[in-house]
Write a protein that binds this ligand. Structure first.
Ligand code: 13P
Length: 336
């Protein structure tokens, strides 16, 4: 077993999942303004520190993805944020892309940037304690999209990123996110997502990335958010498993889904069905941002000094997701 494979397994084994707390300052500002909390570096840290020092992190979370601001912050107890996370037994990670920009010659689509100077930034993050990283490619679905240009250029960037991350001794999370926006069917999502993931693996292999030392972070197969043809959780799981079985090489140790705009309950129930029906060798877990933090953020906004209620809410959510990552979640447990 290589060192990278060991790190990947430490993050996603035994039902543990990933807390994606890597919202950029712009995104975090939107989240905080929506609950009438001022977006200052102190308030951003304050909410995140409450989560990072919770029982939920200790019991259910194998890795935390940070944003550049947070990885450089010091907690109220004087510990660095990566130390706070690793002392709870989770692995600190860092988002290293610099965002999605207009793709030249197909300006309605996006290309994720951040390769220039990446080797030096990775060294800095490793020294701060990070042992895994994230890079998100983003694709939208419509009749024309995603184009081959968007699929191939993002796959190329994800592969160059992954090779550099492994060279620096860290595990890359490879995140090709096909967005839920639109009125397309789940079948279209299945076809487009499969095409996107296959292109990513073609490039990862070309760039000699060690596939046993990555974690794939895909979207689930869902109908577009504006589609009238909703499907059951059982159908989501069957389509998602079909997609991954046919497009992900066996060496990959695990898959950690993004929540992508699903509600907390939808993201939990769908992950649970995926694990109940999992007929692959892949570990299937979660790497949720909104679907882990939404309720906790709401509770916190009522009284930002109320650490205990915020943590209780987060702990429950993380526990439910971890049950779902083992196919052991139920409505009764959710409402107990
Ligand atoms: P969501 O789970 O809110 O989609 O966030 C996951 C993530 O890291 C997106 O890049």
């Amino acid at each position: 077993m290589t060192e990278l494979n060991k790190i990947a397994l430490k993050i996603i084994s035994q039902g543990k999942g990933i807390l994606a707390a890597d919202e950029s300052n712009g995104t975090m500002t939107k989240r905080l303004e929506a609950i009438n909390v001022k977006s200052t570096p102190e308030n951003r840290l304050s909410f995140r520190e409450i989560l990072f020092s919770s029982e939920g992190i200790r019991n259910y979370i194998g890795g935390v993805i940070l944003y550049d601001e947070t990885i450089n912050q010091i907690s109220s107890t004087g510990k660095s944020i990566p130390d706070l996370i690793s002392n709870s037994g989770a692995v600190p990670g860092i988002k290293v892309d610099t965002g999605a920009k207009k793709l030249a010659n197909s300006p309605d689509e996006k290309i994720t940037e951040g390769l220039d100077g990446l080797r030096d930034r990775l060294k800095k993050y490793y020294d701060l304690g990070a042992r895994f990283t994230k890079w998100r490619g983003v694709y939208s679905i419509s009749e024309k999209y995603p184009t081959k240009l968007a699929i191939n250029s993002n796959a190329h960037a994800l592969a160059r990123y992954s090779a550099l991350v492994q060279e620096s001794g860290m595990v890359p999370i490879v995140e090709p996110e096909v967005l839920m926006d639109g009125n397309h069917s789940a079948e279209v999502c299945l076809n487009k997502t499969s095409e996107v993931i296959k292109a990513c693996f073609d490039e990862l292999i070309l760039h000699k990335v060690d596939l046993s030392g990555i974690i794939l972070k895909p979207n689930m197969i869902l109908p577009g958010s504006l589609s009238e043809n909703k499907i059951s959780s059982e159908e989501v799981s069957i389509k998602t498993l079909e997609c991954l079985k046919n497009s992900v090489p066996n060496e990959v140790p695990g898959i950690a889904f993004l929540s992508g705009g699903q509600s907390e309950i939808e993201a939990t129930e769908n992950l649970n069905s995926i694990n109940k029906n999992n007929n692959t060798n892949f570990i299937m877990t979660y790497s949720y941002g909104r679907a882990l933090q939404q309720s906790a953020l709401k509770v916190w906004s009522k009284d930002i000094k109320n650490i205990e209620s915020t943590q209780t809410t987060f702990n429950h959510r993380a526990k439910m997701c971890t049950l779902a990552a083992q196919g052991k979640w139920s409505n009764e447990l959710e409402n107990k």
